[in-house]
Design a protein. Structure first.
Length: 582
């Protein structure tokens, strides 16, 4: 008996460690960077090179195309579409195709991000050790967010990603604006964390569990229609407070107030990290929580299983025990009412989550676009653009929530659409912040008016930035159109499948906001391509070299070329994420 228990625990631990390989590689990379700093003959080794090597090793350990099936004996490589869902570390985390996709996106971003940091030299060589360990530590938390399967890991992942980010914002410690931005960021983060933790304590206390699938099952079994108004209010409040932490990481309204000041005070490189990696991880966690709560099949709940067993017992007892038959039949008569209550509870949960998320998405993208109109600093404009795009990307989640009960395969398809948007968004936003960093180094300015005459001063900057900005609008034939069209398609298909009016309203708001955003994106394009250089326009004192130009084209090329053949990317995402709900 003891031997079997030990064997089982050992096998479970080994399986969990295999599934946790990306996070382990990041931890080893952090420790290696810190240890190299202690040795005299390696203390001058640039930590960014070690971080790039560690990221590549993590990507190979993940194997995005043919990941490792840890349930097979022996373990084997399988196509990502055949990767089973496995809970690891006693259900604290989950290993599936969706987590592989998000971690792949994060690791690809890290490779491009560390390359950008090396090109710009934003940090002194002596500070690279601290900078890279903070970035890798935050990325470790984001990987935990992508795999979270328990409320404790949800909260832990958010905090692991947030705390290093506070320091990254203030990394240029001699700049007053950076210190002020970091202080605001930390204060908002502490407030959002406290609100979220209180909401988690409420909802786990009500459901008597913190394991996400079990929470969804118990929520499905609760008779929400029969609850008192006080109980309903507490449950709704707990859900809203829990979503507060996710809204903070997404910079969604009303938890967006930190974003403009933080993006302006931080370096453009750190802004890119917060804009892309943080948003990807937060959206993944939002999908885990929202779609996970809404997608549980009524037939899979403990109540349904018990009813099925009861019917089987009736059939067996009919042959041997008439009194037992009468008792079981009496219980069976009450079963339809309980089953109806379960279905009603699930529908109420989906409607509540769908409407709340749709409202937040609509307000977020509208506010982000309108607030960007009057900005004169390019980083503040991109901050509000980030807020607006967070709203756009969130639109796929209420669509997935709405169809998760009746059409689970369709819900998985919508999550794949969201992942497609995240991939396109990675190249667009990282490219935009990279160009801002290069222009900052060349001119010393981050004001929009100082981009005047850029077509004549540096054609690469003007052309690449113009293409990226037009793509951020979502206009064809650039890649931004693919991502935005995919999210809008999820709303249209979701409405056709469920006839939920709020999905069509959200689609209309998304289309209207796309038209609104034309003004401020094209205003920057007009300044670069049409406006002439003024007397106060700073000159390009440090020429933008071939390395910077090559990096700009590296990020602009996918924005231009993905529209030609994006089916391979969509097919990979669809096969990986398509079974997330079912």
């Amino acid at each position: 008996m003891f031997h079997s228990i030990v064997t089982h625990l050992t096998d479970d631990t080994l399986i969990s460690l295999y599934a946790f390989s990306v996070e382990l590689v990041l931890v080893v990379t952090i420790l290696t960077i810190l240890l190299l700093r202690l040795c005299r003959w390696t203390e001058n080794l640039d930590a960014i090179y070690v971080a790039i090597v560690g990221t590549i090793v993590a990507l190979f350990a993940l194997m995005p195309i043919f990941p490792l099936d840890i349930t097979a004996s022996p373990m084997k490589l399988v196509p990502i579409g055949e990767l089973p869902r496995v809970e690891i570390f006693t259900g604290m985390l989950v290993y599936d195709g969706f987590s592989v996709v998000i971690k792949s996106i994060l690791l690809l971003f890290l490779l491009l991000f560390f390359t950008l940091v090396k090109i710009t030299g934003v940090t002194a060589r002596a500070d690279n050790t601290d900078f890279t360990t903070l970035v890798l530590g935050a990325s470790l938390g984001m990987c935990v967010m992508a795999s979270a399967n328990h409320m404790l890991t949800v909260f832990m992942g958010i905090e692991m990603a947030s705390v290093p980010s506070f320091v990254l914002v203030a990394f240029l410690r001699f700049r007053r604006t950076s210190s002020e931005a970091a202080l605001k960021y930390a204060l908002y983060g502490a407030g959002a964390a406290g609100v979220m933790l209180y909401g988690i304590s409420l909802i786990t206390g009500i459901l008597n569990t913190a394991h996400l699938p079990t929470m969804a099952a118990r929520l499905a079994e609760m008779n929400l229609a029969g609850m008192s108004s006080t109980e309903t209010l507490v449950l709704s409040l707990a859900a809203l407070m829990t979503l507060a932490g996710l809204a903070y990481k997404l910079s969604a309204v009303p938890f967006h107030l930190w974003a403009p000041d933080v993006f302006e005070g931080a370096t453009a490189e750190v802004g890119a990290f917060l804009s892309v990696a943080s948003k990807a991880a937060a959206l993944a966690l939002l999908v885990r929580v929202a779609v996970g709560f809404a997608s549980l099949d009524a037939a899979a709940t403990p109540l349904a299983v018990a009813l099925e067993s009861s019917n089987a017992e009736v059939a067996v007892a009919a042959e041997v025990e008439p009194l037992q038959v009468a008792m079981l039949q009496e219980e069976a008569e009450a079963a339809p009412e309980e089953a109806a209550a379960t279905v009603d509870s699930q529908e109420r949960t989906r409607n509540f989550l769908g409407i709340v998320l749709a409202l937040v998405a609509a307000v977020t993208c509208t506010f982000g676009n309108l607030a960007a109109f009057t900005q004169t600093n390019i980083k503040r404009l991109l901050a509000y653009s980030t807020i607006a795009h967070a709203g756009y990307m969130m639109m796929a989640v209420p669509a997935a929530v709405a169809v998760s009960g009746s059409h689970p395969a369709l819900a998985g398809k919508f999550v794949a659409y969201l992942a497609l948007y995240i991939v396109v968004y990675l190249f667009m936003n990282l490219g935009a912040f990279a160009i801002v960093a290069f222009v900052r180094d060349a001119t010393g300015s981050e004001q929009i008016q100082d981009y005047a005459g850029m077509l004549g001063r540096n054609k690469t900057v003007a052309v690449c930035f113009a293409l990226i900005l037009v793509s951020l609008v979502g206009l064809p034939p650039l890649a931004g159109f693919i991502g935005k069209f995919a999210v809008f398609a999820s709303l249209a298909e979701g409405y056709q499948a469920t006839a939920q009016t709020y999905l069509m309203v959200l689609l209309f708001i998304g289309g209207l906001n796309t038209a609104i955003s034309l003004y401020y994106y094209l205003r920057v394009v007009k300044v670069m391509l049409i406006d002439s250089v003024g007397d106060e326009t700073p000159p390009i004192s440090h020429p933008i070299g071939m390395l910077q130009s090559g990096y700009m084209w590296l990020l602009t090329a996918p924005v231009v070329l993905l529209i030609v053949n994006w089916e391979f990317l969509h097919a990979w995402l669809q096969s990986a994420v398509g079974t997330l709900v079912s």
